[in-house]
Design a protein around this ligand. Sequence first.
Ligand SMILES: [Mg+2]
Length: 339
Amino acid sequence: MEAKLGEFDLIWRFFKAGSESMAQTQTDQVLLGIGDDCALLQPDAAQNLAVTSDMLVEGRHFFAGANPEWLGHKALAVNLSDLAAMGAKPVGFTLALALPDANADWLAQFSQGLFRFAQQWQCPLIGGDTTQGPLTICITALGHVPAGAAIKRSGAKVGDDIWVSGTLGDARLALGALRNEWSLSPSGLEAVLPRMHQPEPRIALGLQLRGVASSALDVSDGLLGDLRHILKASQVNAEVLIDQLPTSPTLAEQTESLRRQCAANGGDDYELCFTAPAGKRMEVESLSTTLLPLTRIGSITFTSNGTEPTLMLRDANGNPLAAADSMQLRQSFDHFKSS
Ligand SMILES: [Mg+2]
């Protein structure tokens, strides 16, 4: 056991080297990174510190034997997605890693995916720990947002538009194909797999939504379920045009039922869903032109007055979805979501 634990100490030195290769990205907010008992950050009185943790467990959040490079990317990406949802700019992250054994090849690939993505967003690794155990990756990410400017879930107001970035459902479409729940053409699978393995959190969009969005979150568990968090926190009801949900060409050509299910309930997309006053429509449309497509998918209708919020689903013609279809979409949420 002693020898094993020694190996895990060596692993940590390996990550330290990766972190030092990013030394130039250590800003004046990170006074001291890896190497002492704690990292030291320099708090800025004009900023709020945003903190988020996400854990990925083998067999639960990813398949055993998953590509380590993709895992490195995804483990950090899902955390930075939470920062994006609140309009926070990444500052740094810590990594707690349990590994069944000290496999040098696995570590080299994992850290390549991790540090490449960290570099892209100038978000250095500032500390953490490794130990032996079932493969588990836990990252805590820190971000800055000007004091009072964080976009919370509780800010949606009656009359606000509901928007979503990019396209929804591809990660779930890919997962279902890998699980043989349905089949996809080889080119279709190739088109959607990156959405599942290497999500691109909408960090630039999150920063631009400060002062524009009234509420926001990232779509990690499926749009309808996630939107419900906004409705609950904001004490409002909403309606969503189910056929307006933006989908990729690959998902658009599936059956209506599969398309709706994946777009409405598929998890792991890491798009941003946000509300904004109708008066901000031009600003949002301008972001849609300059950053990435943003689609208006519905609106906030009434206050819920402390009762369970309702989410009305409408079809392409604006008619309420048939009760059975609506029920099926809602009820399937728990077992349909990816994890
Ligand atoms: Mg989130």
